[in-house]
Design a protein around this ligand. Structure first.
Ligand code: PLP
Length: 809
C-alpha cells in the first residue's frame, strides 16, 4: 500500500499539510459509519447527499489521520497530527488516485458495459475463469463514479486478470470512468431502453457508452448492435452473431420448453453444440458473450460446453430472512471474496435487531498469503460473537481470533453438527462461495413458510430515500412513516435501514408498532399517531412520543404524567386544517395554548397538520389555504408560549409539489416504498409480490374453472393454478379476468373467482410451466385502479403470512 506522501503527490492539489508522510494508507473511506481501520484510512469528504466535511471530527474520533477536503475553511488545527490535502473536487481526487493505482497493475483489465447484463456477464465470466486464473471482479454494484474508484483501489498483483463494470446515467460520465479503468479489452453486452432518461437519443447513449473503449485494443460484443462502426479505427471488434464477419457464428438456439436450451455455434470451422440451463433471451445473450470472451482469451471450443453447463442464475444480492428461534438470517451464499464479505458485514452491523452477531464463513478462492492476512484483519475488526469457519484453508484464522470460533473441514461436517449448535435471538451472516453450498445451512436456519413471498429491495428503498432527500434543503428534517408494517414492507428491517441512513424521526400508527421497533434496536425518536389511553404506560417505557389531537387525550395524558411526577415529556400537537380526521380545530387553539402553558408535564416536540390533496392539482387552492391556516395557528401558539416549535405538514406529494410547505420537517410515506402517485420521479419499486405455479392443466372449451363455475372457457385452454388467494391479500375483485399477473415477462389474466389460498390464470397463449415464478402485481398502479382502489391499500393488505425477504447489496 501507499504512504500519505506518495498519495498526496499522485493527485492535483491546492495545498497540503503533512504531519506524517510515512503513514500507511490501506482503506479509502468516505462514510464514517463504515470505518473499521481508522488509523490506516484516508477519508474523502465527498459532497454527496450529505457533505462529508460535516463528518471530519467523527472520522478523526475513529482514528483517521489523513483527509482529502475541498473546503478551504477547514481548520487543521482542530485535528492534531492529521494530514490534510485541499483539492478542488474531492471525488475527482479519489478518481485520480484510483487511476494512479490502476496504472501499477500490469495484467489485463476487461472493462464491461452495456444497458443490461453487465453484472451477470461479469459474475459469470468470473465463475468461468476462476478455475484456472486468479480473477478480480469489481464488487456487486460498484459501477458508478464512486464505485469504480473504490473497486479499482482493491486491485493488486495477486490477481491475473480484472473484470471491472462501468455504468452511467448521464452524458460525460463514461469518459471519467474510462480514465480510471483504461481497459485493454472491452465487453459491450447490450443496448436496451433502460436508463435512457439522461440522454437525448439512443445513439447518443450508445456513443457515450462506447467511450469506455476509446483506448482499448479489442471489444467483445454481439455484432447486431452495430458498435463496430461507432468505435475509433484503432479498436477492433471480436463479435458473435449471424453475420459473415462474425468470429463466432451463432447457428441455432433451441428452446426445450422446460428449463434449458440448446445452442450451436461455429468458430474457425469447428462446430460445438451444448445445452445450458436457461431459456430466456437475455440469459442466452449473456452466455454467448461469455463464450465469445472465453474464445477470445484463448480457450478452445471443445473445452467450453462443459464449463457453460455449470452456470447458474445469479442470486447476486444478499437476502435477509426470518430465521428459527428468533434469529435473522442474512443469506449471501452465492459468491465469496473480500470485497463482498466487507459489504455483507457492513449490512450485518447495520441491522440492529439483535445484539448478538454471528458469521458462518466458507473458504475463498484465490486467497494467497497477502489476502489471507487481509481476511484476518477484516475479521479482527468486527465485533462478532460466534464465528463458524468452513474449509481447511481457513484453519489459520482460528489461532489468531479471540472470538468464539468453530472450524469445520467441509459443509457436510457442518451440516452434521448443526443440530448441536444453538442459535438464539441473533443475526447470522452466512457467507460462502458457490461451491460450498452454504444455502443448505441457510435452509436449516430459516423459518418455514408459505411459498408466496414479498421481496423487498432495500437498495431501492435507499435510492428512493436519497431521491427525496435530494429535494430538501439541508436544514429540513426528515420524518419517515413506517406505519402499517412500513406500508406492508416490514417493520424493523426497514427501520434499521432508515436509522442507518440517519433520518430524523419515525412514525407509527399505534404504540405496539413502536414497541416492536424499540425491541429491535431502533433508537430514533418515534411518533405515535393514535395513542390509546391503555397504551400510555408503554409509551413511557419505550420512549414513544404521542400525537395529541384532542382535549380528551391531552387531559388524560397530562393526568397520567402528573401521577408519575414526570415533566417535559415530548408530544406532537396535531392541528386539523381541513382533513377533518384527528386534530385540534383552529377555534380550539386559544384554549389549547392555555392548557399547554399551565402543564409542565408536556413539551410540544412539534406541531403538525396533514394535507388532504397535496398530489392533486385540482385542489391546489385548498392546499394553499391549509398551509396558510397552519402557519397562522403555529405562529399564535409560538407567540403565546414564547418559544419556537418544530412544524411540519408535507407528505410525499407535498415534498414533490409544495416546497413552500417544507417548514422544519417533512413526512415521507408512500414515495419511499416506490409508489409515485403520478409525480413522474425516478423511483424504484421496493416490493415485489411473487408466487409460483403449482399445477398446469389443459382443458377443452365449455369446461369451467373455480367456484360457482364463474370461469367458463370459451376456447381450449391451459390453466395454471398459483398459490395466492384472498387470504394473502389478493383481493377477490381481481377474479374473472380483472387481475393481471406476469409469468416469464408475459402478461396473463385470472380465470374464475379468486379462492382463499389460490387462484387460476389463463396461460393458453404463453409459455408457463409448473414451478415457474409469477409476479402478482406487474403494475401496482394499474392493478389498484382496476379494482377501484389505490396502491396504499394493496400494499398494506398483503397478509403477514406472506414471507418477507429483504435484498441488499
Ligand atoms: C400516512 C401519513 C403520511 C404519509 O403520507 P404519504 O402520502 O404516504 O406520503 C404523512 N402524515 C400523516 C399524518 C400520515 O398519516
Amino acid at each position: 500500500m501507499y504512504t500519505v506522501g506518495t498519495i498526496f503527490s499522485a493527485v492535483q492539489y491546492e495545498r497540503t499539510q503533512i504531519t506524517d508522510p510515512q503513514l500507511e494508507i490501506v482503506d479509502l473511506a468516505y462514510d464514517t459509519r463504515k470505518i473499521r481501520n481508522g488509523s490506516h484510512s484516508l477519508f474523502f469528504a465527498l459532497k454527496s447527499v450529505r457533505d462529508g466535511h460535516l463528518f471530519l471530527q467523527d472520522a478523526y474520533q475513529k482514528g483517521v489521520r489523513a483527509f482529502v477536503v475541498s473546503d478551504q475553511k477547514i481548520d487543521s488545527q482542530n485535528f492534531p497530527d492529521a494530514n490534510f490535502i485541499w483539492v478542488s473536487d474531492v471525488l475527482e481526487a479519489m478518481q485520480e488516485l484510483a487511476r494512479f493505482h490502476r496504472l501499477q497493475f500490469r495484467k489485463p483489465i476487461i472493462g464491461i458495459t452495456g444497458s443490461n447484463g453487465k453484472t451477470v456477464v461479469k459474475e459469470w465470466l468470473t465463475q468461468l475463469l476462476q478455475e484456472d486464473k486468479r480473477v478480480y471482479q469489481s464488487p456487486k454494484s460498484y459501477n458508478s463514479q464512486l464505485g469504480v474508484a473504490l473497486a479499482l483501489w482493491n486491485l493488486s498483483d495477486d490477481y491475473d486478470i480484472a473484470l471491472i463494470e462501468a455504468g452511467i446515467s448521464l452524458p460525460g460520465e463514461m469518459a471519467l470512468l474510462q480514465k480510471m479503468i483504461i481497459p485493454e479489452i472491452g465487453i459491450f453486452t447490450n443496448i436496451g431502453a433502460a436508463h435512457a432518461s439522461g440522454f437525448s437519443s439512443k445513439k447518443q447513449k450508445l456513443e457515450e457508452k462506447l467511450l469506455l473503449f476509446s483506448e482499448s485494443k479489442q471489444v467483445i460484443s454481439p455484432s447486431y448492435y452495430g458498435i463496430a462502426a461507432l468505435l475509433p479505427p484503432t479498436v477492433s471488434v471480436f463479435s458473435f452473431g449471424s453475420a459473415d464477419l462474425d468470429e463466432v457464428k451463432l447457428l441455432r438456439v433451441e428452446d426445450h420448453g422446460r428449463a434449458d436450451s440448446t445452442i450451436q455455434v461455429s468458430y474457425r470451422n469447428e462446430i460445438a453444440t451444448f445445452t445450458v440451463p436457461f431459456r430466456d433471451k437475455a440469459s442466452i445473450e449473456n452466455i454467448l458473450i461469455c463464450l465469445t470472451a472465453l474464445l477470445f482469451l484463448g480457450y478452445s471450443l471443445d473445452a467450453i460446453p462443459q464449463k457453460l453447463a455449470k452456470l447458474r442464475p445469479l442470486e447476486m444480492r444478499l437476502q435477509l430472512k426470518t430465521g428459527k428461534n428468533g434469529c435473522s438470517i442474512i443469506d449471501d451464499t452465492y459468491s465469496n471474496d473480500l470485497a463482498s464479505l466487507q459489504i455483507a458485514l457492513d449490512f450485518l452491523f447495520q441491522q440492529q435487531q439483535h445484539r448478538k452477531k454471528s458469521l458462518i464463513l466458507s473458504d475463498m478462492e484465490s486467497l494467497d498469503d497477502k489476502l489471507r492476512k487481509k481476511l484476518l484483519q477484516l475479521l479482527q475488526r468486527q465485533d462478532l460473537d460466534h464465528i463458524i469457519l468452513v474449509g481447511e484453508g481457513l484453519s489459520y484464522l482460528k489461532q489468531h481470533l479471540t472470538n468464539n470460533v468453530q472450524l469445520f473441514t467441509s459443509t457436510e461436517s457442518l451440516l452434521r453438527a448443526m443440530p448441536d449448535i444453538s442459535f438464539q435471538d441473533e443475526s447470522i451472516l452466512i457467507k460462502g462461495g458457490r461451491v460450498f453450498h452454504l444455502e443448505e445451512v441457510s435452509r436449516l436456519l430459516v423459518a418455514k413458510s408459505h411459498e408466496t413471498v414479498l421481496e423487498i429491495n432495500l437498495n431501492a428503498l435507499e435510492h428512493n430515500l436519497q431521491l427525496y432527500r435530494g429535494k430538501l434543503p439541508p436544514d429540513v428534517k426528515l420524518m419517515v412513516m413506517v406505519k402499517a408494517f412500513s406500508y406492508g414492507s416490514g417493520s424493523y428491517e426497514v427501520a434499521n435501514l432508515l436509522q442507518y441512513n440517519k433520518v430524523d424521526y419515525l412514525t407509527v400508527a399505534f404504540a405496539d408498532e413502536g414497541v416492536e421497533l424499540r425491541q429491535h434496536g431502533i433508537q430514533l425518536p418515534i411518533m405515535v399517531l393514535s395513542p390509546d389511553e391503555q397504551a400510555f404506560e408503554s409509551l413511557l417505557a419505550n420512549r414513544l412520543e404521542p400525537e395529541i389531537y384532542s382535549f380528551r387525550v391531552l387531559h388524560a395524558f397530562i393526568k397520567f404524567l402528573r401521577n408519575r411526577n414526570l415533566q417535559n415529556f415530548p408530544v406532537h400537537i396535531k392541528i386539523d386544517t381541513g382533513m377533518h380526521r384527528l386534530g385540534f380545530m383552529p377555534t380550539e387553539i386559544q384554549e389549547l395554548i392555555n392548557v399547554l402553558r399551565d402543564s409542565a408535564e408536556l413539551l410540544p416536540a412539534s406541531v403538525f397538520s396533514h394535507l388532504v390533496a397535496s398530489g392533486n392539482a385540482e385542489h391546489d387552492q385548498f392546499t394553499t389555504q391549509q398551509i396558510e391556516l397552519f402557519e397562522q395557528c403555529v405562529d399564535s401558539i409560538e407567540q403565546k408560549l414564547g418559544f419556537k416549535l418544530l412544524r411540519h405538514i408535507a407528505n410525499t406529494s407535498g415534498i414533490v409539489r409544495w416546497p413552500q410547505a417544507y417548514m422544519d420537517m417533512v413526512r415521507l410515506g408512500i414515495g419511499l416504498y416506490g409508489v409515485d402517485m403520478g409525480n413522474a420521479l425516478d423511483l424504484e419499486m421496493v416490493s415485489m409480490l411473487k408466487t409460483t405455479i403449482t399445477q398446469v392443466k389443459s382443458l377443452p372449451a365449455g369446461e369451467t374453472v373455480g367456484y360457482d363455475r364463474k370461469g367458463l372457457l370459451h376456447r381450449d385452454s391451459r390453466i395454471a393454478t398459483v398459490k395466492i388467494g384472498y387470504a394473502d391479500g389478493y383481493n377477490r375483485r381481481f377474479g374473472e379476468g380483472v387481475g393481471a399477473m406476469s409469468i416469464n415477462g408475459q402478461l396473463v389474466r385470472t380465470m374464475g373467482s379468486i379462492c382463499m389460498d389460490m387462484c387460476m390464470l389463463d396461460v393458453t397463449d404463453v409459455k408457463a410451466n409448473e414451478g415457474d415464478e409469477v409476479i402478482v402485481f406487474p403494475d401496482l398502479m394499474k392493478a389498484a385502479s382496476s379494482i377501484g382502489t389505490i396502491p396504499y391499500e394493496l400494499l398494506v393488505n398483503i397478509s403477514s403470512r406472506v414471507k418477507r425477504v429483504y435484498f441488499y447489496g
